[in-house]
Design a protein around this ligand. Structure first.
Ligand SMILES: *Cc1c(COP(=O)(O)O)cnc(C)c1O
Length: 361
């Protein structure tokens, strides 16, 4: 048996053991080809089958109609921050963004390079402790799109309702909660996610975009930065991050085999209940940093009564086999990341560890 820890890393993060073992089994001889998929041509029939199957699994799991393009790009979610406005905006155009933390702020910064950014809502003045109320999200009806960050990996907040944007296309950075719960993905004209939290290894970014939006994208920017290039060639214009796509396929198969998004929803709900349960039981000791109705199911942020206790907690947790609990360097404290592949037992045992730690300290 592999000596696996409970890996609470915020990203790159834990992957299902079954997936890693499958990769291991197929690594040196992929299905009788006598080579690894890493060593195969991206034009081979083996890779073509992986690419097609992965796109089909994305459509199936997320319930996307045939007019969505499914792309596997490079440059991380961070490259989508500029690629989207670069493809869509013409002189004088306006886009709307909700600012709910570090990643939204970065997306806003890039969008400003290409057009007018209307701030549709923000919780910045309150240290990003909540997701703005739907009624407080306001934007002009001529905005080319409204951009939200569905889960705020660093601040620990998450949308639990999707804003109704009427005719304005809704766009989302879903890097840290994609495939974690049932969600009407088809409400989003475009969504994207770096793979390294819930989908696979770093180096691949999933982009899903309705054809209607793709048709409005520019042809006058560098070829590699055009969505159209990658959509027309099914992500095979140049050499794609093939090995990463292969792992995404295995992860999506694992999700499907575990009840699909409903299965993930149930699992993740049970996991977060263990940890928030401790926060609610001992609120003066495990101090949740965000408002209850904005709590993230994926990244739970908390403070202990002192920084010394936080250090001790993180160090002793590590010794006990719970790894990756340090809060982001910009906010400190403790962060418990409960991505899909983190087993229920990990959350349950960590909750037990928290209770013990409180008693002793
Ligand atoms: C991790 C993360 C990013 C950055 O992803 P990269 O792939 O490193 O560029 C962007 N947005 C959110 C919400 C994230 O969690």
């Amino acid at each position: 048996m592999a000596n696996r820890v409970f890996n609470f890393n915020p990203g790159p993060s834990t992957l299902p053991l079954e997936v890693l073992e499958k990769v291991q089994g197929e690594l040196v001889d992929y299905r009788g080809t006598g080579m690894s998929i890493m060593e195969s041509s991206h034009r081979s029939k083996e890779f073509d089958e992986i690419n097609e199957t992965t796109m089909a699994l994305v459509r199936e799991l997320f319930g996307l109609s045939a007019d969505y393009h499914v792309l596997f790009l490079t440059g991380g979610a961070s490259s989508q921050f500029f690629m989207l406005p670069m493809n869509l905006l013409n002189e004088g155009d306006t886009v709307a963004y909700v600012d709910t933390g570090t990643w939204s702020s970065k997306a806003i910064k890039e969008a400003k390079l290409f057009g007018n950014v209307h701030l549709a809502g923000s919780s910045k003045e309150q240290e990003y402790k909540f997701i703005p109320k739907m009624s407080d999200i306001q934007f002009p009806t001529n905005a080319r799109y409204l951009h939200i960050t569905t889960n705020n990996t660093i601040k620990g907040t998450q949308y639990h309702k999707i804003p109704d944007t009427g005719k304005v296309p809704l766009v989302a950075d879903m890097s840290s909660d994609i495939a974690s719960r049932t969600f009407e993905y088809s409400k989003f004209t475009m969504f994207y996610a770096g793979a390294q939290k819930n989908l696979g290894p770093s180096g691949v970014t999933l982009v899903c975009m309705r054809d209607e939006m793709l048709q409005q994208c520019k042809d006058t920017i560098p070829t590699m930065l055009m969505y159209k290039t990658h959509a027309e060639k099914k992500s095979l214009y140049n050499t794609p991050p093939a090995f990463g796509i292969y792992i995404i396929k295995l992860v999506l198969e694992w999700i499907k085999g575990n009840g699909g998004l409903e299965g993930m929803d149930k699992l993740n709900s049970a996991k977060k209940n263990h940890i928030y349960g401790m926060i609610d039981k001992y609120p003066d000791y495990f101090r949740g940093t965000v408002e209850k109705d904005s709590r993230s199911w994926m990244n739970i942020t908390l403070r202990l009564p002192s920084e010394d206790l936080e250090k001790k907690f993180i160090a002793e947790a590590k010794e006990a086999g719970f790894v990756g609990l340090k809060g982001h360097r910009s906010v400190g404290g403790v962060r418990v990341s409960l991505y899909n592949a983190l087993p229920l037992a990990g959350a349950e045992k960590l909750a037990g560890f928290m209770e013990e730690f409180k008693k002793k300290n």
